[in-house]
Design a protein around this ligand. Structure first.
Ligand code: PNW
Length: 493
């Protein structure tokens, strides 16, 4: 079925339905997302610098199954016009992509700006705008310049300045056209997942100190980058900047674990949200005490969880224009039993809380082992966020489901439909102000250490074809219909 027929058929169906909870609020926006290292390729094109992911996969090619890596990926470095065309075919209001820091600043620092890197992103931004699609730009989606990693990366407090300088370069280059910004994607992965496991770039493993030091430094980096925009660029460009957290929804396994579940939410989401979005700033309730006790238990003389000075608290507090988050899945939590071992992150590790995360019983799991489907989690999370941080604007910056391939992706269609239903309930029944929804991902891409076998794309990418041909899946037609009719009452049959 072509795009025209798909949209026409669903238009007829939509016309017969009355407005209800299945219709999105006026002005609600839909997008799709990707990230630089996962799609671009061109890892050493012209003067691009080396990133930690380049180093990680080249140092030991067996880190990703089948020796896969992002050297070519979807070759979006060359295929950017097709990417824009796909965004237009879907009728996206915005396209969320990330910038490769090393493509723009080959040394990681602002002493040298790559003309080729600037040309690449100018083409992409201008091409999107020419089709009426808004660019939603993430400054950092995990591909740190290697020279900065050589100086200890996210555990060196000076990175806050270096990141802020990079942000200033980027706002200066693209701020006249880009109005929606994200500083950092999923800090919990950058700090907790990386250092707890050593399984992601830069491959450094240190679970008792590094995640917490990184947590605070990363928030400082975000805050400085936000303030630069707010003071120097917002008055002329009127854009908005935020950070994107990865939020897992956590339910208590039984009533007795209610407090534990709340603490898990604070540990998973609150550590990267409370310092920014709460009225009082600083770490979320309960967390500092837990970390202090853990440090003593592990033999340290004081807490390895860094405190904020009042000045630092004030610097970080309020550095948002909206609340962006990625949400995929949920867990039930209970206390660990004597001697029980803890699974590492992504979503298993709550060792600091002596908790065990369990998959929601009976839920469908996609290609990736963590991807349990639990649509109610989306609504409960949104309600919790509003209770925690107030009646602010919420942007869903990623939501999606992994398959092993094929164009008939009913499971992905159902996932988006059910999560969108729950989001609509949160908007209509609970009064949560959600303004954007983003599907992960526009196309199949390098799913980090899971390689190319785990597919999140609305478009299939043929990775055996040098042209990296992209083909729409059933879910692409479905999503295009939802967008065209601004409603979930659509069909593509
Ligand atoms: C996100 N979890 O990571 C990232 O932003 C993307 O780069 C990635 O490709 C996508 O989701 C799919 O994995 C996640 O444990 C990491 O629930 C962990 C989780 C979810 C998303």
């Amino acid at each position: 079925m072509g795009w025209f027929q798909a949209v026409l058929i669903s238009a007829v169906l939509a016309a017969s339905c009355t407005a209800s909870n299945r219709t999105f609020p006026p002005g609600f926006k839909f997008g799709a997302a990707t990230a630089a290292y996962q799609i671009e390729g061109g890892w050493n094109a012209t003067d691009k610098g080396e990133s930690i992911w380049d180093r990680f996969v080249h140092d030991d090619p067996t880190r990703i199954p089948n020796n896969e890596n992002g050297d070519i990926a979807c070759d979006s470095y060359n295929n950017w016009e097709r990417d824009i065309e796909m965004a237009a075919e879907l009728g996206l209001h915005f396209y969320r992509f990330s910038l490769s820091w090393s493509r723009i600043l080959p040394t990681g620092f602002n002493n040298r700006i790559s003309e080729d890197g600037v040309r690449y992103y100018n083409n992409l931004i201008d091409g999107l705008l020419a089709r009426g699609i808004e660019p939603f730009v993430t400054l950092y989606h995990w591909d740190l310049p290697q020279p900065i990693q050589d100086l200890s990366g996210w555990t060196n407090p000076l990175i806050a300045e270096w990141f802020a300088e990079y942000a200033r370069v980027v706002y200066t280059l693209f701020g006249d056209r880009v109005k929606l910004w994200n500083t950092i994607n999923e800090p919990i992965v950058v700090c907790d997942a990386v250092y707890n496991t050593g399984a992601y770039a830069p491959g450094v493993s240190n679970s008792e100190v590094a995640p917490y030091v990184c947590n605070k430094i990363l928030l400082m980096a975000h805050a400085k980058a936000w303030r630069i925009y707010d003071e120097e660029f917002k008055p002329k460009y009127h854009g908005k900047v935020s950070i994107t957290n990865n939020l897992l929804w956590v339910e208590p396994a039984t009533e007795e674990f209610k407090e534990l579940a709340e603490l898990a939410l604070q540990n998973f989401g609150g550590r990267y949200s409370h310092p920014i979005y709460s009225k009082e700033g600083g770490w979320p309730p309960g967390i500092e005490e837990v970390m202090f006790q853990n440090s003593l238990k592990r033999g340290y003389s004081k807490s390895q969880f860094p405190a904020f000075t009042q000045e630092e608290k004030d610097l970080v507090r309020g550095t948002f224009d909206f609340f962006a988050f990625n949400h995929y899945t949920s867990r039930y939590i209970r206390k660990a039993k004597e001697g029980e071992t803890f699974a590492p992150f992504p979503v298993g590790d709550v060792e600091d809380l002596d908790g065990i995360n369990m998959m929601p019983e009976g839920s469908e799991v996609g290609a990736t082992s963590w991807s349990a489907v639990f649509p109610e989690g989306m609504r409960r999370l949104l309600v919790w966020l509003k209770e925690q941080y107030g009646d602010i604007e919420f942007v869903i910056a990623e939501n999606g489901f992994p398959t092993y391939g094929g164009l008939e992706d009913t499971s992905r269609i159902n996932y988006h439909k059910e999560y969108l239903e729950q989001m609509l309930l949160a908007i209509n029944e609970d009064g949560v102000n959600v303004t954007h929804y983003t599907a992960w991902s526009l196309m199949d891409n390098l799913e980090w250490v899971d390689g190319y076998a785990h597919k999140f794309g609305l478009y299939e990418v043929d990775f055996t074809d040098p042209k990296r041909t992209r083909t729409p899946r059933q879910s692409a037609y479905y999503y295009a219909s939802v967008i065209a009719h601004h409603s979930l009452d659509v069909s593509i049959d």
